[in-house]
Design a binder for this molecule. Sequence first.
Ligand SMILES: CC(=O)SCCNC(=O)CCNC(=O)[C@H](O)C(C)(C)COP(=O)(O)OP(=O)(O)OC[C@H]1O[C@@H](n2cnc3c(N)ncnc32)[C@H](O)[C@@H]1OP(=O)(O)O
Length: 502
Amino acid sequence: MNRIDNDLLSVQEARILVENAREAQKILAAFPQEKLDKIVRHMAEAACKSAKELALLSHEETGFGKWQDKLVKNIFAGDFLYKKIKNMNVVGIINDDKVNKTMDIGVPVGVIAGLPPSTNPASTTIYKALLAVKSGNGIVFSPHPKAKKTISKTLDILIQAAEESGLPSGAIGYLRTLAVDGTVALMNHQDTSLILITGVPKMVRAAYTSGKPTIYGGPGNGPAFIERSADIKKAVEDIIFSRTFDNGIVPASEQSIVAESCIAAEVRRELRENGAYFMSEQESARLSKLFFRSDDSLNPEIVGKSALELAWRSGLAVPDDTKVLISEQKYVSPNHPYSREKLCPVLAFYVEKDWMNACEKCIELLINEGRGHTLVIHSKNEEVIREFALKKPVSRVLVNTPAALGGIGATTNLFPALTLGCGAAGGGLTSDNVSPMNLINIRKVGYGVRQIEDITAGVPAVETAEISKAPGPTSRNSIESTHDLKELLQELMKQLKWYGDY
Ligand SMILES: CC(=O)SCCNC(=O)CCNC(=O)[C@H](O)C(C)(C)COP(=O)(O)OP(=O)(O)OC[C@H]1O[C@@H](n2cnc3c(N)ncnc32)[C@H](O)[C@@H]1OP(=O)(O)O
């Protein structure tokens, strides 16, 4: 098939998939929460059963990360996330305040366009599919072309389990013919209500161009600040663990360390003891040539590769037990390769004289890239932690934990999520760890009716304008004298009634 035929087929397919999902979602919208929950449970069980197979396939197909850590993430989505959402009320009456006489009704948004990244193809697909069904939505996926086999296989497993337990056919679908045109058609379709996208900068731009509400996991570039009161040994272990988890592919993970000068020597020593290799200036420059492509985008060749492989590729001689490559840096700039996100086990290392300067350095780094994402602080000083949390342009401040796992809610009590919102700071719709609650609209019901006397009770008389006594619309010319506010409101109510009668 030539490229034009492929593009046309993909567009056609996208249309049919969205229309099918729309029809199926109309049925799904009438399902009570318990019925949706039963389907979600079967999907989660099926995902866990195939977690290892999918982890291996993902690694084999993309070459990103480590299959063992991908297995952890698949189980995280299929089991840990499932346990978190299983008792949540998302659709129907989700809040009934009998005292204030208000009610919240969770209403599915409709059909979602889901785009998983090549870096976490199986786990993010499981996560998005569970969230969509839990919230009564249809979802049509556009698999990332570099992880097509993994995403298709994951979806085949989930769809079979879901449809066997009552999901209307077509509620979950995916494009078989992959092309940018088809993905754009999916996002632009009039029946697509929301786009849920993780990674892929070019597709994020296309999503925004569609004009549809878009929830996306933005780029990270989070620094880890080690403050003088920290348990340095534990902080370093956390950072190395996090930075090497799935070979540094999780956007919440640390991209740099900022240490106070009074503890810098000890931090360096601990880092070396835990498998960090501090590169010379020349070695740093050599390695950095691998980071970005000529169009300045991240080079996929380095993504999710081990420190040893990166060293080998750039001709650096490093010890065999090297886990992380570190470059000592002073300045932050958009053109500086060590000031940006790299999705591999490389860290920049900054030394600042005190926590206030460290605070500024972290802000500089985040403004440079990763605005709205995540930062981590290692400290026992609650005052510093609070000050840090108050000032940083991020949506997640993690304390004394590995950022890769803390950010996604594995080692913290944040919502377990594989799409981490970056809020307005990062140009996004939400700053949440995206949950099923982000995939519904909330219909508000107010039935505790307040009388006009209740509104005006205790309101002092004020200088104001009179409204024409005659029935009909008020005009500026009818302002004649002064009345108190209570009279004014009563007059307004009369006029509103007149409109009603009319
Ligand atoms: C838990 C989390 O939040 S996971 C988030 C992980 N973080 C990221 O993904 C960071 C941002 N991603 C990236 O920078 C890149 O995707 C990388 C570096 C990881 C991989 O880069 P690459 O292997 O070159 O793949 P890339 O994602 O750019 O896509 C390759 C091509 O497929 C296209 N493509 C991607 N997804 C789709 C899709 N669903 N449909 C059609 N085309 C697609 C891209 O537009 C791109 O087209 P181009 O070659 O014309 O530029």
